[in-house]
Ligand binder design. Structure first.
Ligand SMILES: *[C@@H]1O[C@H](CO)[C@@H](O)[C@H](O)[C@H]1NC(C)=O
Ligand SMILES: *[C@@H]1O[C@H](CO)[C@@H](O)[C@H](O)[C@H]1NC(C)=O
Ligand SMILES: *[C@@H]1O[C@H](CO)[C@@H](O)[C@H](O)[C@H]1NC(C)=O
Ligand SMILES: [Zn+2]
Length: 412
């Protein structure tokens, strides 16, 4: 049976088109570890895009499957008696409906940030520029570089001013995976509250916050204009474009949970740091002193994850990371009951060698490092409706505050 399935899986590969005509999304609930293992054999196949991780038995898994692979896939699901249903019959028509909705949205008026809509990359940068202008004592902007298509990647540093000795800094990024729109929105909300809400100046008194809300701007804009479900960067390839930037960092690169097929959703790139976006982040972290904490925002699944991603091994300070991760969860949960699972990436979810968090710890030498998978919503999980941005941002901000305050309490 295993050989038959391997053969069928091998036969399924052809290039993904830009349209999702006829693409289906299946929801599968595994009953055994063997079923989960079978599903994992599809993970690097370009006809399959897993929207949730294949981890715990019994948790629902969503996977989008290209039309030419569906009948074989359903055959396998049926013959192995897996529990599955079709969640979305035709992905393209669902995307079209969403696209019409987002394109009919009103443009953001200058000086009027709101959290009832998602923002384009240039609107995000315009807001940052406005803050720099209005709060010169507290805000400095740094362009850490440009993306492949020459968009500015701007980090904002929020500070109550210089001090001696210098204060510790925390670094937060969002948007490395283009389709995970709630991540930049949450980063922007944190920026907004820390800068513009006088009540929260308390949280910038002893810690500088450096926030990069849009780490993959080309991919992000591509999700608005071309392909709502795009995940990767947009660099050139021979058969398929882009690279999973969160598999491209040069620490145990490509060891496990990444793919060397450039059409795969988890393609790690031609070499470590092949992408200009990951180079920019690497260089910024290397050149910026005193960064004590690193946190990367993703969606979806409600996880607080710490290294390592490259294999099922734990860093020396895993107990500390577990403890602080649980405090972050408790703060979020206290708002309205949203709970997160806390653990190391590989043990909790899956291996993902080349992830930014491994490089932040192993390459940049930052001790306190997390990735947060925010809540999902909408049709696909990545398309939480705009009406829910504020709810998620508000509760997540409680967790981010705990993260930032940790470096005060510990006098690290
Ligand atoms: C902004 O800077 C001023 C002057 O250093 C300080 O008093 C204030 O608390 C700062 N506000 C924030 C949000 O950091
Ligand atoms: C990317 O590929 C296109 C088409 O093959 C080519 O015109 C362009 O110059 C390439 N860009 C880079 C930066 O290699
Ligand atoms: C709290 O959660 C409930 C149930 O998930 C939801 O209906 C409600 O809108 C949430 N309230 C707030 C303030 O977010
Ligand atoms: Zn992600």
């Amino acid at each position: 049976m295993r050989l038959v399935i391997a053969t069928i899986v091998a036969l399924l590969g052809t290039t993904l088109g830009v349209s999702y005509d006829g693409y289906k999304v299946y929801k599968i609930v595994t009953k055994t570890e063997a079923e989960a293992a079978l599903l994992r054999t599809f993970e690097s196949n370009e006809n399959f895009d897993f929207w949730s991780s294949i981890n715990k038995v019994g948790k629902p898994i969503s996977v989008m499957v290209a039309p030419n692979a569906q009948s074989q896939f359903e055959f396998i699901l049926k013959t192995t008696k897996m529990h599955f249903s079709v969640e979305i019959e035709d992905v393209e028509s669902t995307i079209e409906a969403e696209r019409r909705y987002h394109q009919s949205r009103r443009p953001l008026k200058s000086g009027r940030i709101t959290f009832d809509q998602y923002l384009r990359h240039d609107e995000i940068n315009a807001y940052l520029a406005e803050l720099a202008q209005n709060y010169p004592d507290n805000v400095t902007l740094e362009t850490i570089g440009q993306s492949y298509q020459k968009r500015d990647m701007i980090a904002i540093r929020i500070s109550s001013g210089p001090s001696d000795p210098p204060k510790p800094a925390v670094f937060i990024d969002a948007g490395i995976h283009a389709r995970e729109w709630i991540a930049p929105a949450v980063a922007l909300y944190a920026i907004n509250q820390l800068v513009e809400n006088p009540y929260y100046s308390l949280f910038t008194e002893h810690v500088d916050w450096i926030i990069l809300p849009s780490l993959n701007p080309d991919g992000y804009e591509y999700t608005w204009d071309e392909n709502r479900l795009w995940r990767k960067t947009l660099s050139n390839g021979t058969r398929c474009i882009g690279c999973d930037a969160n598999r491209n960092f040069g620490y145990h690169w490509m060891e496990d949970g990444a793919d060397d097929d450039e059409c795969s959703e988890i393609y790690g790139g031609k070499e470590a740091f092949s992408e200009v976006e990951t180079q920019n982040l690497r260089d910024y972290l290397a050149d910026t002193p005193n960064i004590k904490g690193y946190l990367s925002l993703h969606s979806f699944g409600q996880y607080v994850l710490y290294p390592w991603s490259y294999a099922d091994v734990l860093p020396d300070n895993a107990d500390e990371l577990q403890g602080l991760g649980e405090q972050i969860n408790n703060a979020i949960e206290a708002v309205n009951g949203t709970t997160y699972t806390v653990g190391s990436t590989t043990a909790t979810l899956y291996a993902a060698a080349g992830a930014s968090q491994d490089w932040a710890m192993g390459g940049a030498g930052i001790d306190i490092v997390y990735s947060i998978e925010l809540p999902g919503g909408g049709f696909f999980g990545f398309d939480l409706p705009p009406s829910e941005i504020e709810r998620v941002a508000l509760e997540t901000f409680e967790g981010l505050k705990v993260f930032g305050q940790y470096f005060v309490a510990q006098k690290r």
